[in-house]
Write a protein that binds this ligand. Structure first.
Ligand SMILES: Nc1ncnc2c1ncn2[C@@H]1O[C@H](COP(=O)(O)OP(=O)(O)O)[C@@H](O)[C@H]1O
Ligand SMILES: [Mg+2]
Length: 245
């Protein structure tokens, strides 16, 4: 798979610490190509969420280059990073981060309000935002029309997770980033969810980066990366303890 596409993510000599003088991530190189579905595995506290923050431009590196779609996003202004993220990246968070007072459909269309490119992608499909939200939700097996108008708080965890996936996928972002979105589900539901996510990413041409501590999911993916092998900082500190250098 990796030989097929252009690089979507290229980290080079990236270092990040939460406090000055500490290092949580020290990654000589990480390369992910267009269309890949990559599993990044690491125990709790190993820096998975921190890494996704760098990929999404929520965090900026202390040193090195975080290149996403050939943009050195660490050098963007905060406003430009926010704009880039909204247009190009769909996030599925561990706790889903759905907006409780909005309906299912309104949660899914929400990112389009900040992302002109993703809005245009929906328009070019010849549908409006609402129709596309419903199509995605139906594909993710949320089909009851009444359910789609309810506040998200009335849904089960498994249903909320699929709403979070539809929200990340709407408008065909180049990159979909998922932070342990299956941790609250049983194993059958986990695998079914991942297969639905794969199908939607393939249909949209989106690259998928999925992090988890659960290596049972690893075999489903094109490729897996062990964060503790890629991250040199894991070798010079006890796990989860940022080292003072
Ligand atoms: N907001 C934060 N402020 C300070 N330290 C943090 C913060 N978030 C995470 N860390 C620290 O960074 C390390 C990696 O955390 P994290 O990226 O959340 O790991 P994972 O997602 O693999 O569980 C941990 O030592 C954690 O305590
Ligand atoms: Mg985490």
């Amino acid at each position: 798979m990796s030989s097929l596409g252009q690089p979507v993510i290229h980290l080079k000599d990236v270092q990040f610490g939460w406090q000055p003088g500490t290092v949580v991530l020290d990654i000589p190189e990480l390369l992910i190509h267009q269309g890949e579905k990559v599993f990044i595995r690491g125990p709790s506290g190993s820096g998975k969420t921190t890494l996704l923050g760098l990929l999404g431009g929520v965090l900026t590196p202390v040193a090195g280059v975080v290149s996403v779609l050939r943009n050195d996003i660490g050098r963007f202004s905060p406003a430009r990073r926010d704009h880039f993220r909204a247009n190009h990246i769909g996030f599925i968070f561990q706790m889903f981060n759905l907006i409780p007072y909005l309906s299912v459909v309104d949660n899914v269309t929400l990112p389009l309000g900040f992302a002109s490119k993703r809005r245009e992608n929906v328009q070019s499909m010849g549908v409006d935002a609402r129709q596309e939200a419903i199509r995605l939700l139906n594909h993710l097996e949320l089909t009851d029309p009444q359910l789609l108008q309810r506040p998200v708080t009335e849904l089960s965890i498994g249903q909320q997770q699929r709403v979070a996936a539809a929200r990340a996928l709407i408008g065909r972002p180049d990159l979909v980033i998922a932070d342990e979105p299956t941790s609250a589900l049983d194993s059958d539901t986990r695998e079914a969810f991942i297969r639905l996510l794969f199908a939607e990413c393939e249909a949209a041409g989106s690259t998928l980066v999925f992090v988890s501590h659960d290596s049972a999911l690893e075999a489903l993916f094109d490729r897996s990366v062990a964060l503790n092998e890629t991250n040199r900082a894991s070798q010079y500190r006890p796990l989860g303890q940022p080292e003072v250098v």
